[in-house]
Design a protein around this ligand. Structure first.
Ligand code: PLP
Length: 390
């Protein structure tokens, strides 16, 4: 079989590969603490599960419109209008199986060979992968620890060229746990408006913020015509396996994105969308409770990491990832992540898996029980002690 050349350009998300390696060790009887995969360890709230079951019994087992069920698009438009203080119409909403397809479709719709796309680095690895896949050039904007993992707006300004077709931002961030401050969002918006460049705002962790309010780039002048919000149900409502996400974008782009849905998925599963409706319209207590638990785990886990000689971890402000600096340990981030798994039974991801500016860091997802996080801390400390550090 001969594969199309573009297949060599496609990257991956190593979390899924590390999960397979960790499961293989478990199959041999080893105990592994899973801090690699980015998903809440909580079950989907009961009322959402019931709504999904009712929808199955009620006949939501057929094809639906490619852009999503009208009632869900309307509920999302209302929710986004409220949370982002905007006026969003249902026509601007496209529902997809998980939020990831929004990334894929938006990049596919806006960038082609010869174009440049600016994306955060370290960042979600799928941005760079898809930018390359469509033949465009990925232009990384570094996120540095000394800036609390925000980007340098002057550096961003210098990276913009007449070929820049899209700027991708993510707040709160995977893998750093950083949050872009409002003044930076405003400056990014000004650059985007000045050059007429669309911004894909990955806001999948918008409800997972520990201090202060969530700020969206859509709040700034001129961004309504340029911003694409990516958000969804996976993280907020612990619904990763249901596959339900959405994009909110100018209507002209929504038509193209819906057509990409018609060409690939036809539609998102109808009963899953009905469960999503229950998530938005039902009680929000489970989200608040989950976040309180994550905050407690974050405090314990990050404090624990900072007691390990050779590790230094900034306090994450959002999401559920800790991203300690491990550059004092004389191993690459990949070697360290492998060692932690093989010798310590702790699954994590190398910072390098999130781009070249992620080297010198390790990503731990603290979406795990306190007992497991404490067990992991002991094992990490033992491993690092064996390896030695500067
Ligand atoms: N964006 C970021 C930054 C993520 O970390 C993830 C999932 O890990 C996604 C998007 C994709 O979310 P979904 O599972 O809804 O496709």
């Amino acid at each position: 079989m001969r594969f199309a050349e573009r297949m060599s350009l496609l990257g991956t998300e190593t979390a899924f590969e590390v999960l397979v390696k960790a499961r293989a060790l478990e199959a041999k009887g080893r105990d592994v603490v899973h801090l690699e995969i980015g998903e809440p360890d909580f079950d989907t709230p009961r009322h959402i599960i019931e709504a999904g079951k009712e929808a199955l019994d009620g006949g939501y087992t057929h094809y639906g419109p490619s852009a999503g069920l009208p009632e869900l698009r309307a509920a999302i438009a209302q929710d986004i209008s409220r949370s982002r203080h905007l006026r969003v119409t249902p026509e601007q909403v496209v529902v997809t199986p998980g939020a990831k397809p929004i990334m894929f479709y938006v990049i596919l719709a806006l960038a082609q060979a010869g174009d440049e796309v600016i994306y955060p680095n370290p960042g979600f690895p799928i941005y760079e992968s898809v930018i390359r896949f469509v033949g465009a050039t990925p232009v990384p904007i570094p996120l540095r620890e000394e800036r609390d993992f925000s980007l340098d707006v002057d550096e961003l300004r210098r990276l913009v060229t007449p070929r820049t077709r899209l700027i991708i931002i993510n707040t709160p961030q995977n893998p750093t746990g950083g949050v872009l401050p409002p003044q930076d969002l405003q400056a990014i918006a000004e650059i985007a408006v000045q050059h007429g460049i669309p911004v894909l705002a990955d806001e999948i962790y918008s409800r997972m913020i520990y201090e202060g309010d969530f700020h969206s780039i859509t709040a700034y002048d001129g961004m309504q015509e340029l911003a694409i919000i990516l958000d969804g149900f996976s993280k907020t409502y612990a619904m990763t396996g249901w596959r339900l996400g959405y994009g909110v974008m100018p209507e002209a782009l929504a038509i193209h994105v819906a057509r990409l849905m018609t060409n690939s998925n036809s539609c998102t599963a109808s009963f899953v969308q009905r469960a999503g409706l229950a998530a938005l319209s039902g009680p929000q207590g489970p989200v608040t409770d989950m976040m309180a638990e994550f905050q407690h785990r974050r405090d314990v886990f990050v404090a624990g990491l900072n007691t390990i000689p050779g590790m230094r971890c900034a306090m994450p402000r959002g999401a559920f990832y800790a991203f300690p600096n491990v550059s004092a340990i004389s191993r690459s981030s990949q070697e360290l992540a492998d060692y932690l798994l093989q010798e310590g039974g702790v699954a994590s991801l190398a910072g390098r898996d999130f781009g070249e500016y992620g080297e010198g860091y390790i990503r731990f997802s603290y979406a795990n029980s306190l007992a497991n996080l404490n067990k992991a801390l002991e094992r990490i400390a033992d491993c690092v002690a064996k390896l030695g550090h500067k």
